[in-house]
Design a protein around this ligand. Structure first.
Ligand code: SF4
Length: 314
């Protein structure tokens, strides 16, 4: 799911040396965002409440919520607001998840139709207690969107399904235009950042997704600021290109609360620019890299550029 941060971004303190901005505890001014409040924002909030739906935008306290909701886009969070895993960076609550809501796919698709979305982004909490990890819910949402909002391209940001490739096949059979699965961090930091995940398993998922639907677009994302080096980031890019990933997102990790992993460093806008260039040189079709970038940030623009024909008729 999306990397998460709190909205209450403390501004960088004027008068400090630039080097100060790169240490934990100080929020540089390139991370400032406006408090969300616009007619579009309020409208989406009302729609989500009215349909009993969750978004990762809210659950993860994404800093881009004012911008994205203000222009009528949002990322739906399927299968509840409680995750069966406990990643050290993530704001979404963890615990025993409730029963799956089998009617949710219809309500999500209905809301997408009401919003008039041309590109829909769907993600979920981890549901490791489910035999298929909840893959059938993703598949059903895709079917319902095809029915209620034909022509809408679909991006699914899925968990690793614990390496159950038949679950992945269920999703890929519905031909989402973009299959996204986040790598989240460099392999050295997995134990600390994603203790219940495995780097090779995430790479294998992306490889299998491309193998199952070679014409489909695959996408992944990482956060920086957790202690990784530039060399490690570039190595991850090489690993991702080796499994033919098309799109990559890179953004700054921000600590959602004092109970979450600390920020080791703020990467600068210049470093994000270099990462973009390095990625494009490695053959990604697009690299979205910037301090506030999250998995679904500008996802509609990427779909516009990279997905030519939505798979509406099968
Ligand atoms: S970047 Fe993604 S999660 Fe954040 S507000 Fe935009 S759509 Fe929602």
């Amino acid at each position: 799911m999306d990397s998460v941060i709190e909205l209450d971004l403390k501004p960088f303190r004027p008068g400090r040396e630039p080097a100060d901005q790169l240490t934990r505890g100080r929020r540089p001014d390139w991370l400032r965002v406006r408090m969300p409040d616009s007619p579009g924002y309020r409208e989406i909030k009302g729609l989500m409440r009215g349909h009993g739906l969750h978004t990762v935008c809210e659950e993860a306290m994404c800093p881009n919520i004012g911008e994205c909701w203000g222009r009528g886009t949002a990322t739906f969070l399927l299968m509840g607001d409680t995750c069966t895993r406990s990643c050290g960076f993530c704001k979404i609550k963890t615990g025993r998840a409730g029963l799956l809501d089998e009617d949710e796919p219809y309500r999500v698709a209905e809301t997408i139709a009401m919003m008039g979305l041309k590109h829909a982004v769907l993600t979920s909490v981890n549901r490791d207690e489910q035999p298929d990890g909840g893959a059938h819910i993703f598949a059903e949402v895709i079917r319902q969107i095809r029915r209620l909002q034909p022509g809408c391209t679909i991006e699914v940001l899925i968990p690793d399904f614990m390496g159950k490739w038949d679950a992945l096949q269920l999703v890929m059979d519905e031909r989402p235009e973009i299959l996204n699965h986040n790598t989240e961090t460099v392999p050295r930091l997995y134990k600390r950042v994603r203790p219940q995940a495995k780097y090779p398993r995430s790479l294998e998922l992306l490889r299998q997704a491309k193998q199952m639907v070679p014409a489909g677009v695959t996408k992944t994302g990482i956060m920086v600021g957790l202690g990784e080096t530039m060399d490690e980031v570039l190595q991850v890019m090489d690993d991702l290109r080796a499994v033919d990933v098309d799109i990559m997102t890179i953004g700054q990790y921000l600590q959602p609360s004092r109970f979450h992993l600390p920020i080791e460093r703020y990467w600068t806008p210049e470093e994000f620019r270099i990462i973009h260039q390095e990625g494009m040189a490695r053959g990604f079709r697009w690299v979205e890299s910037g301090p506030l970038v999250r998995s679904s940030y500008h996802a509609d623009g990427q779909a516009d550029q990279l997905v030519l024909k939505p798979a509406t008729s099968r």
